[in-house]
Structures are given as C-alpha cells and as structure tokens.
Ligand binder design. Structure first.
Ligand SMILES: Cc1ncc(COP(=O)(O)O)c(C=O)c1O
Length: 374
C-alpha cells in the first residue's frame, strides 16, 4: 500500500526517508540532491586526511591563498572574490545587505531566495517562466518589468529546477536594463560548471562591465562536497565587498574547507572526468526520454546536471512516481512544491550510468503501465 504523506522531500532529506520508508539512507540513490555522482577524488581524500591537523589552528582570516586559487579558476582578480560558508551564507548576506524592499525572482526557482527576502521583510515579485516557452526566459518581457521600484533581481543560472540557462549576452541585456534602474542582480551559478560550454553562459566576464552584478557559486554540487560548506561570490563592486567584509563574521569557512578549496579548483583530471560523464549521460538520457514521449513524458532541454520532466497524465503523478521509485531505493524530486509547478512535474539528477538506467527503467515501467490501461 502506498504510504500517504503530506511531506515533500528535498535532496538532503535522507533521514526522513529512512524513517518513513524504512530504507537505510546509505542504500538510497539520491537523484534529488544534484550532487556529482563521482564523489570526491582520491587526491582530495588523501590530502584532507594528511592535513587533518589544520583544524588545530584558525584559518587565514583573509583566506588569501584560497582567493588567489579561486581568482585563477574564475579568470578574475582575488580582490573581486569573497568566500562564504556554502553559497547559502553568501545568498543570505547579500540579500540581508541589500535589504530589498521589492525583489524580483524568476520562478519556478530555488526556494531559498524567497525565504531570505522574506526574512529581511522584502516584498517579492515573481516573474514567471512559462511552460509554453519550455520555461525559457523572455528577456524583453523581463526587461519591461524591471521597473525602478524593484531593487534586486535574482536569477539562478542554470535554473533549479528547470535546467534552463541564459547566455552571457542575454545576461548583459538584463544587467544593462537593471543598471539604469539601480537594481542589484544576483546570479546564482551553483550549477554552471555542469553546462556543455560554461564560457558561453558564465557571468564572470560581465563583472568588468557592471557594478550591479553579484555572482554566487559553490563546491557542493560540482565538487560533490556539500558537507564542507564552501561557497564564493564574484563581483566587480569592491565597495560592496568591503562593506560585506566589515559585517561578515570571521572564519566562517573552516580550515579543512580551505585546504580542499586550494586543491579542487586545480584538479583538472577530476573536472574533466566530471564534465565528460555528465555531458555523455545527459545526451544518452535525453535520447531515452525522447523514446518515452509517446507515453506522455515531456522533458525540458537540460543545461545542468538535472532534468525537469512533466507527466502528461492524471493517473500517474509525481507523487505516485516518487513512491514507485523510492520502493526501488531511487529518490527523485517531486516538484509540486515549486511555485508555478504542480503534481505533474518531477526532477532527477544525473548519476552513474547503471543507476541512471535503473531509474529510467522504473519511469518507463510506470508510464507505460499507465498508457496500457487506455
Ligand atoms: C541553486 C542553488 N543554490 C544554492 C544551493 C545551496 O548550495 P550550498 O550548499 O553551496 O549552500 C543549492 C542547493 O541545492 C541550489 O540548488
């Protein structure tokens, strides 16, 4: 019998799943957390083990060496970089700092932005991404909506959960309009390294042109290290960085995360291996999903390491598919809690090929069972 629950599970809710479904969390394959399935590299594992004693001293308060490595990785200067306890700390800080009276959020998107804006008492204007456009943003419409009572615009690029991604020249148009109205634009690039051609999408070069741009990044997803809590932000607005640094608590990045950060951004073997795996699997999975379109499954062209799908049926919903998958210890994300999405939508991330095959088989079994009934 299906377990009825009112809860919807997030990628990090494995403990809850363990309790409700009686499945050990170690046995669950999380297609919901959007984390690189390669895990950490042997090089990182051994370096952290060897350097464990770093926890006996405080990290460098300025994180100079880490910011130097990051600057090289990002093609910018260390002065333009600020580090934080996961991208979450930086999202929170910049929103708190700006304290928007009215923030515009493209939607559906990651829910944390909304929470942070509400915490500082700001109003939110949601700019809808429409299914009929395959959730792609209409730049001109957005620009017309960027009126001067809006003080902050938040864009997730690639966007979670739609996996759509704006190109650099599209971002340039938005930033130019926002600059005219003194709107700070926060671009969350948590998933940017998973895209086929990051150089076409990333906003970093635009920090040389625009002072109203604040880019957020982290290591949780691409570098498979959500437990280390390391994020960073890039902006050309040195005044903003200085003011944030005055307010920010010292040492929020622990010494192990500092050691890890100094290593991973130069680990080209790991970076290339990840990009090849995700890119190859993304193409392969999309082909398999194409073959399911006659059974009422639609997906939206993915740019990141996850894919948003729509079930065109009333009998099988994201909830029933979640139940079918979790019984096989595969955890997908029911997307009905995202604004503008409903029980037809689910998302899954790219894992190792054999795990992806297992998931695709369960999806296929369930949607064809459903079409056989007709
Ligand atoms: C778009 C987006 N930004 C930020 C985060 C949080 O990342 P971090 O672990 O770096 O705080 C997530 C986590 O799911 C996310 O999806």
């Amino acid at each position: 019998m299906a377990i009825k629950h009112k809860e919807h599970f997030h990628g990090s809710d494995l403990e809850k799943i363990e309790k409700i479904y009686g499945i050990k969390k170690e046995e669950i394959i999380s297609f919901s957390a959007n984390v690189n399935p390669l895990g950490i590299s042997d090089k990182l594992r051994s370096t952290l083990a060897e350097r464990l004693d770093v926890i006996t001293s405080y990290p460098d308060r300025e994180y100079t060496s880490l910011r130097n490595v990051l600057a090289k990785y990002c093609g910018t200067i260390p002065e333009n970089i600020i580090v934080g306890n996961g991208s979450t700390e930086l999202i929170s800080i910049v929103i708190e700092f700006r304290s928007p009276k009215k923030a515009m959020i493209l939607s559906p998107s990651y829910s944390e932005y909304e929470r942070e804006v509400k915490l500082v008492g700001g109003d939110i204007v949601y700019f809808p991404l429409n299914e009929k456009d395959d959730f792609k943003l209409r730049i001109d419409e957005l620009n017309s909506a960027l009126e001067d009572d809006i003080d902050m615009l938040i864009i997730c690029n690639p966007n979670n959960p739609t996996s759509t991604c704006l190109k650099q020249d599209e971002l340039r148009k938005i930033l130019a309009k926002a600059a005219q109205n003194d709107i700070l634009v926060m671009v969350d690039e948590t998933y940017i390294e998973f895209t086929e051609t990051p150089e076409l999408f990333e906003a970093i070069p635009l920090t040389r042109e625009f002072n109203n741009l604040f880019i957020i990044r982290g290591i949780s997803k691409f570098f498979a290290s959500p437990g280390l809590r390391l994020g960073y932000a890039i902006t050309g607005n040195l005044d903003l960085i200085n003011r944030i640094n005055e307010k920010k608590n010292p040492w929020t990045i622990n010494s192990l995360a500092e050691v890890a950060g100094e290593l991973i951004f130069t680990d080209t073997d790991y970076i290339n291996k990840t990009r090849a795996l995700i890119s190859g699997e993304r193409k392969r999975i999309c082909k398999v999903l194409d073959s399911m379109s006659s059974c009422g499954l639609k997906y939206y062209d993915p740019n990141a390491n996850f894919i948003l799908c729509r079930l065109d049926s009333d009998e099988i919903t994201a909830d029933t598919l979640f139940e079918a998958c979790i019984k096989k210890k595969l955890m997908i994300r029911n997307c009905s809690t995202f604004k503008y999405l409903d029980e037809h939508y689910f998302r899954f991330c790219i894992m190792m090929p054999e795990d992806n095959d297992m998931l695709l088989n369960v999806i296929k079994e369930n949607i064809t069972k459903n079409t056989d009934l007709h």
